[in-house]
Design a protein around this ligand. Structure first.
Ligand SMILES: [Ca+2]
Length: 473
């Protein structure tokens, strides 16, 4: 998905040409002719998608992408949220309680085989400690609570709490040290760890110490996410000095409490990136393409950390939305789209806002500034021997795209000249029967536009030409 050097050169030339042509014909409001800053996408747009929450904590999409489940930490409520942000309470997680601090109803994960077993998983605080529990979710209501793993020590702070399914089909969980740092180095303790288990709560086969422990030496690990290479990224809150992004491997020791941040202690695995607690204090993470996104509470920003598919180095982290939306806790990839959902936590004691004022945003990931701001009217798109044809085709394809963002996920930037007819929808596609916005992503950019009512048939997967000019608002 990364452009070769010759292609970038061609794009740079093409962009300048089309930008000039567009200004002359008034097709766009403004245009620039900058070269791409990086091969991977960056946030290009943010909109509010759902409102009315109080400390939303976990978010997890259903395998059919029809909606996500969102937990609230202190109310123990679970909401079904559609891609357009409509939310419906589907129940509460029983036997939950807060810790007067960071505990409560925390992570949620939906079983990869949910369509057949309807299982969903929660991590929450209860009377005796933190638990991982399973419930049945039929698409409408939660029922059938079963505790799968008890005995995870709790405290007011440092409860960990995130869940994720790995590509191996096993359930991963982060647990804090419960303000008892020595637990993090104890292989027989469930605290200060990343755990790996089956969907019945048993230690997953192949775990390094024969119990639930997958990795140790974590202080208050929060977000976990797998990248396209299947690698596990984790981020955790430091004590007073450094927050960490770690690349987690089976049996590795991440240092706490002997190390905070990078150290030279034998046997300890150093983080791939660190931040001061003031500029981060992270919680959720997500991976989109070749970057890890990290929501930060105290830092009130979304960090983007470039990662490499071919080696374990990470690029220079960049901050987005610093101080703009307050405390940011949750971030998850929107399936079938180059986009994130990003949630706030401004209702907690640190944020101080009234109940119901937390939000979920949708962040579009695209090429820097690559956004067509309005549909061309009047004169047709000018033809240019290099760019005119591909640009016109891109606009044509964008008009065919469905409004829900699913078909564009199947973009093939490598097939710019295909001009397929529409076809009947297959599994995973949705007929384009309504008006709405479409976001079409290609390797070099994004088209965003309103669509007219369509025929009810599904367009073919969108093809964005690799040569696409950059328009900015
Ligand atoms: Ca560490």
């Amino acid at each position: 998905m990364h452009g070769s050097k010759p292609t970038k050169t061609l794009v740079r030339t093409a962009v300048a040409t089309v930008a000039a042509a567009a200004l002359v014909t008034g097709l766009v409001q403004t245009a620039t002719a900058q070269a791409p800053a990086a091969p991977a996408g960056v946030p290009t747009d943010i909109t509010t998608v759902s409102t009315g929450y109080s400390i939303p904590w976990g978010m997890h999409w259903l395998p059919d992408n029809s909606s996500a489940l969102v937990t609230e930490r202190n109310t123990f409520k679970v909401f079904k949220v559609t891609p357009t942000g409509q939310r419906t309470e589907v129940g509460t997680v029983p036997e939950s309680q807060t810790t007067g601090g960071e505990g409560g109803l925390m992570g949620v994960a939906v079983d990869p085989n949910w369509a057949s077993n309807h299982f969903v998983y929660f991590m929450h605080t209860s009377s005796e400690g933190n638990r991982i529990a399973r419930m049945t979710y039929d698409g409408t209501r939660l029922s059938g609570y079963t505790a799968l793993l008890k005995g995870i020590a709790k405290n007011r702070y440092h409860n960990g709490g995130r869940l994720a399914f790995g590509p191996d089909g096993y359930l991963y969980a982060t647990t804090g040290d419960a303000q008892n740092p020595s637990l993090a180095q104890d292989r027989n303790s469930l605290n200060g760890k990343i755990l790996r288990m089956t969907t019945t709560g048993a230690p997953a086969p192949g775990n390094p110490f024969g119990n639930h422990v997958f990795s140790l030496g974590h202080r208050n690990p929060q977000g976990i996410a797998f990248d396209p290479q299947g690698r596990l990224w984790e981020e955790e809150l430091g004590e007073n000095a450094r927050d960490e992004l770690n690349l987690v491997k089976s049996g590795a020791n991440y240092g706490w409490p002997i190390c905070e941040g990078t150290c030279s202690q034998a046997g300890m695995t150093n983080p791939k990136a660190t931040w001061t607690t003031a500029e981060a204090s992270p919680s959720g993470i997500a991976v989109v393409d070749s970057a890890v996104y990290m929501a930060s509470l105290r830092g009130e920003r979304l960090w983007r950390i470039p990662v490499n598919a071919g080696n374990e180095n990470v690029g220079t982290p960049q901050a987005h939305y610093v101080g703009t939306y307050g405390r940011l806790r949750g971030v998850t990839k929107v399936p079938g789209a180059n986009a994130l959902w990003l949630s706030t936590t401004n209702v907690d004691s640190n944020g101080g806002e009234p109940a119901g004022s937390d939000k979920i945003f949708r962040v579009t990931i695209g090429w820097t500034g690559a956004r067509l701001v309005r549909r061309p009217r009047g004169p047709p798109v000018p033809y240019h021997p290099v760019v005119g044809g591909p640009l016109r085709r891109a606009l044509s394809y964008a008009r065919r795209a469905p409004p829900d963002g699913r078909c564009p996920a199947r973009n093939s930037p490598s097939a710019p000249d295909s001009r397929p007819p529409r076809h009947r929808c297959t599994d995973g596609e949705k007929a384009n029967t309504e008006s709405g916005s479409v976001h079409a992503h290609g390797e070099y950019g994004e088209l965003s536009r309103r669509l007219p009512r369509r025929s009810g048939r599904c367009p073919r997967p969108l093809s964005i030409p690799p040569i696409l000019p950059r328009f900015v608002r």
